[in-house]
Write a protein that binds this ligand. Sequence first.
Ligand code: TYM
Length: 351
Amino acid sequence: MKRIVSGVQPTGSIHLGNYLGAIKNWIALQNTYDTLFFIVDLHAITLPYDTRELFKATRDTAALYLACGVDTSKASVFVQSHVRAHVELMWLLSSATPIGWLNRMIQFKEKSRKAGDENVGVALLTYPVLMASDILLYQSDFVPVGEDQKQHLELTRELAERVNNLYGGRKWKKLGGRGGAIFKVPEPLIPPAGARVMSLTDGLSKMSKSAPSDQSRINLLDPKDVIANKIKRCKTDSFSGLIPNPPEKSLEFDNPERPECNNLLSVYQLVSGRTKEDVTKECQGLNWGSFKPLLTDALIEHLHPIQVRYEEIISDSAYLDSVLEEGASKAAEIADATLKNVYQAMGFLQR
Ligand code: TYM
């Protein structure tokens, strides 16, 4: 059975971008693939953070995975730091990662520019090596993520190939190993819709946990009135600022001059479970005044059951702990086997 891994950082609240770009797709995939979903707490300390918030967000994120429909009879759910092999493999991979590859990462450049020099630790630079380790440890075939992770996935693939070339094949066999490839080279799985959910206050920036204004995102745990208010106040057509009295224009997908329109229609399409064609037809004659209530209702209807399940799960600590413990022990079995091979192939004495 082909394998899939993916994860979300426990920083701030999980929002609609994380959900539509990643988590919602995991749910369908768990029926046909061997799946492991982790909460990447070690990645969450790569920028200054609050220790109590990390603690809470790690549990919340795990509970939300389950509330969104991750089924523990099919998928393993665990906390990244509970499987030690992630950090161990990262060190080994670091030795094979040219620093230039890391300097080129767009997310590193963006995050370090925002954080300011004194807040940029070494871990922010080596972040993608830990991510590669998360993926390669499990010999994953596919990694379902949003578009913003594409470059990290490319680095993971290049790193897998580099380590396979440096230490795999005949060299490994001579050391008593099985020879051949050490790592499987994984493919990203980026959804056709929802891969880049945009901010509610600027259709040209992606929805993000770190944007200062909470108005820019819908969090999965936002109450109904907050959702309604955010949609009521969200930005609609950017061209309305340029044209003094914009004509009432019908709503449409894929007009590059109307990024907010495309984004809100896409969100509506995904949360209402309709096809793009259906939404196009339904919204053709609508203006913002009549569309916004439809979108609000669809969001509330979609998120409400998730919020109810989340409350049940988060209040049952014993259950959540047992899920995470079981997930970590299944994951560790796979991870330790890969790690052992890597040590052997790299010429370390076997323990
Ligand atoms: P993170 O925590 O930033 O985001 C988690 C997932 O949500 C997706 N995403 C979005 N998708 C659509 N629109 C958006 N506006 C949006 N914002 C975020 C991300 O693409 C991601 O899929 N480095 C990763 C976490 C990670 C990981 C891994 C993922 C660490 N190790 C191994 C996969 C496999 C990250 O920071 O995601």
